[in-house]
Write a protein that binds this ligand. Structure first.
Ligand SMILES: [Zn+2]
Length: 375
């Protein structure tokens, strides 16, 4: 059996950043490592929605050294940390027990195979796309490669994750031209001689990759390229991405009337009650979703022709607007539309870890409850 890698807190926050890039998070958000020593060793991770004192107690019970939450432990600026208030209780206990906390919040909402993809799939939506597309976190790589070495360089950067565009991979473009250089006496150039100007035929190769992969792609590039000094450029791109963004919109395989669809939502999410507002013209076919608080996406839902928006935290005036503009709104609760992330993120991590020699156990938090109850 292959030797397993000892995992540290920083390895896990690095893995989360690869799966759910920090660049996708809202500017006001606070994602990533919240608390703890990046170098501390971890062999058990507890996945949860919220971090409260009881979460840290549960982590102690199951022997987890890292808590991975959706809602950040440190969110609004903390003016003091005392054991008497909510966040303070959890922080005190986590620090005493040496338990680290990492959070993936709006980056998990926006990412591919993130919370909103899971919610859309749970509600049976097909052909889903983001309800609001995000400017991505893509970088363009341009590298100059001597003729004959292009395949080795491309293979290396493709293996590191470059060149993926939607359902296409190994995407690149190349043009031929002349490169020139002169090394000083300390060099041993791959082509030509020190202290002589050399001109050689090179290919300008272009491709793209998500910013989170930059370190990996550049390291592979440097290794596969034959030159001592590799000439390459990285450009940030302002392109919108079709695979990441807030919310999702898709279609039901079989259109339903609103009460039947509402019942299906209740069953799929395991919620006892939900609130309905507005009404759509006919059957519900095109459905928009946004886990948590998605009222800000009402305009997007209307613009994209959704019959119904399923989200949480709907306020009075949102409901009034939906009624006036012919959109059905289903409020299945903030908790009700997000708690599925515990199971889904755990499963995703287990699948990801199956390919790596990491000695790490993923545990789902149990017993989390909606702070609201119905009487
Ligand atoms: Zn939330």
């Amino acid at each position: 059996m292959a030797k397993q890698k000892q995992v540290r807190v920083q390895d896990i926050s690095g893995l989360i950043n690869q799966l759910y890039p920090v660049a996708l998070a809202e500017e006001w958000d606070n994602v990533g490592l919240q608390l703890g020593d990046p170098a501390a060793v971890v062999d058990r991770v507890l996945v949860c929605l919220d971090v409260e004192e009881k979460t840290i107690a549960y982590a102690e019970e199951v022997g987890a050294q890292l808590v991975l939450s959706h809602h950040p432990l440190i969110y609004r600026p903390l003016k003091k940390i005392v054991p008497g208030d909510g966040a303070g209780k959890a922080i005190f206990r986590a620090l005493r027990q040496g338990i680290a906390v990492v959070s993936a919040h709006t980056n998990l909402d926006r990412a591919k195979e993130g919370l909103n993809d899971w919610l859309a799939a749970r509600l049976g939506l097909q052909q889903t796309v983001p309800l609001e597309q995000s400017v991505g976190d893509l970088l363009k790589l341009v590298v100059f490669v001597p003729l004959g070495h292009e395949e080795a360089v491309l293979e290396a950067i493709f293996t590191a994750g470059a060149g993926v565009a939607g359902n296409y991979d190994r995407c690149s473009f190349r043009t031929r031209g002349t490169g020139s250089f002169r090394g000083n006496a300390a060099t041993s150039p791959f082509i030509g001689h020190p202290e002589e100007v050399t001109e050689t035929e090179e290919l300008r190769i272009e491709t793209i990759f998500p910013a989170a992969l930059a370190t990996k792609v550049v390291a592979k590039l440097q290794k596969a390229h034959p030159y001592e000094e590799v000439a390459f450029d990285l450009y940030p791109l302002a392109n919108q991405r079709s695979d990441v963004g807030l919310g999702r919109i898709g279609v039901l395989e079989k259109p339903l009337d609103l009460p039947a669809f509402a019942n299906q939502v209740k069953q799929a999410l395991g919620v006892e009650h939900l609130r309905l507002a507005g009404q759509c013209a006919g059957l519900v076919k095109k459905v928009a979703v946004c886990g948590g608080s998605g009222a800000s996406l009402i305009s997007n839902a209307l613009r994209t022709g959704a019959d119904c928006l399923v989200t949480g935290d709907i306020k009075y005036h949102d409901a009034q607007r939906a009624r006036a503009e012919g959109l059905a709104l289903i409020d299945a609760g903030h908790f009700g539309t997000e708690i599925l992330m515990v199971q889904q993120l755990s499963a995703k991590l287990k699948r990801t870890l199956a390919d790596q020699q990491w000695s790490l156990e993923i545990i789902e938090m149990s017993g989390e409850e909606d702070p609201f109850s119905w009487i």
